[in-house]
Ligand binder design. Structure first.
Ligand code: SAH
Ligand code: MG
Length: 191
């Protein structure tokens, strides 16, 4: 089942989390006893399903703006019999989305140029001692070595991510560590 979803993602260029990254995330959720998660960027539900399968007390709300991906996520979650644990919201996370819960973890994995916007917008939905994890901090090595590209849009994106990294490093309300696993993760703990 989960392998079919991975296979589908590969064939259709859906940018789901890399194996190392998702394994790290799963371990992190276990060791930090995380029970409620808000995910920005569901795609076809892969990471939400992987996180929900850890433990049936884990509840996930996940937001996806692409209609087709959203429908596929719902189907995949149904097939995995995880509808009681995962709620999919169809919508643009930049817009006002009605959310009535707070969460132990917010996982940002949507438009890479908007990570800071999502961080600032959703931080108020964190529980005390809540954690925000962001994927794709390395941008496939480009953040470390931007000479690998000449593409203007990619360079813009690299600068956006660099300024997000600065924002995290200088944020007085969170302590952030950067993990060089998968495509790079930042882990920001509320002080
Ligand atoms: N977390 C998924 C992968 C997400 S890929 C996994 O590992 O399985 C990123 C997704 O974010 C894409 O499907 C894209 O449509 C979605 N996205 C991008 N910007 C968004 C926004 N503003 N609001 C909601 N979803 C967004
Ligand atoms: Mg990602």
């Amino acid at each position: 089942m989960i392998n079919d979803i991975k296979q589908y993602a590969k064939l259709n260029n859906v940018p789901i989390m890399e194996d190392d990254g998702i394994n790290y995330l799963i371990n992190f959720i276990k060791t930090n006893n995380i029970k409620s998660i808000l995910e920005i960027g569901s795609a076809i539900g892969y990471s939400a399903i992987m996180m929900a399968m850890i433990d049936n007390n884990i509840k996930i709300t996940t937001i996806e703006k692409d209609k087709n991906r959203c429908l596929e996520a719902v189907t995949n979650i149904n097939n995995c019999q995880l509808t009681n644990q995962i709620k999919v919201i169809y919508g643009n996370a930049l817009d006002d989305i009605e959310i009535n819960n707070t969460f132990d973890l917010i996982f940002i994995d949507a438009a890479k140029s908007k990570s800071q916007t999502f961080f600032e917008k959703y931080q108020s939905y964190l529980n005390p001692k809540g954690i925000i994890i962001t994927d794709n901090i390395n941008l496939h090595g480009l953040v470390k070595d931007s000479s690998l590209t000449k593409n203007k849009n990619t360079l813009k994106l690299i600068n956006k991510i660099k300024s997000y990294i600065d924002f995290l490093k200088t944020n007085n309300h969170f302590i952030t560590e950067f993990i060089d696993i998968g495509d790079g993760l930042s882990i920001s703990r509320k002080k």
